[in-house]
Design a protein. Structure first.
Length: 199
């Protein structure tokens, strides 16, 4: 939601390349409805959860926000005031106190969510508003496994039919393709931009 961030520019995305679901804090629990529609009706299969440094969500608690709303409602008629208090008390705020943990929690929430398709690759990232850099803080679950199966299959093939040097180390997901890496490959200018912003 942060007005300073142009997501398309920051990630080197073109219009039509991704569904960008934005909300306060980039909170996954607040985005399930959109993810559901994105996946089931529009065919997307990968979710990159991106929170950002200097996020306003780190600066308040749910009671703080509820108190502001209740204070604003003080002068309203009693029945309206009561309805507002009830509404804000039942509204989930999803505030968080630790940036990296909030990303990890969101990734786990989506990976475990029954409404999110099993084959979804969910990864977690932090966007640094000062440098423009995006760093990965939560790995996906599926892709390393898929890579592993593919490698083992290739290894099997290579042993059976042809001789191809295969690195079958399936413990290391480091070579896996991340959304950001895909973006970097597709848009070389993104890497340039990252370097530029880092200096
Ligand atoms: Zn924010």
């Amino acid at each position: 939601m942060d007005a300073r961030i142009d997501v398309y520019k920051a990630l080197g995305l073109q219009l039509g390349e991704a569904h960008v679901i934005r909300n306060a804090g980039g909170v996954a629990r607040d985005a399930v409805r959109s993810i559901l529609i994105s996946q089931r009706l529009l065919g997307t299969r990968e979710v990159a959860v991106i929170h950002h440094t200097d996020c306003g969500m780190l600066t308040f608690t749910a009671p703080d926000l509820r108190n502001i709303v209740k204070s604003d409602a003080k002068s309203r008629p009693a029945n309206v005031k009561e309805a507002i208090e009830k509404a804000v008390d039942s509204l989930e705020i999803y505030e968080f106190g630790h940036l990296e943990n909030s990303v990890k929690d969101d990734v786990k929430f989506l990976q475990d969510n029954l409404l999110v398709l099993d084959e979804t690759e969910v990864t977690g990232w932090i966007f640094d508003v000062k440098t423009g850099k995006v760093s990965q803080v939560a790995q996906g679950k599926l892709e390393p496994n898929l890579t592993c199966i593919l490698r083992l299959f290739m290894l099997h093939l290579s042993r059976t039919f042809v001789s191809i040097p295969i690195d079958a180390d399936c413990e290391q997901p480091s070579e896996r393709t991340s959304p950001a890496n895909e973006v970097r490959e597709k848009h070389p200018s993104f890497s340039d931009l990252e370097q530029e912003l880092a200096t």
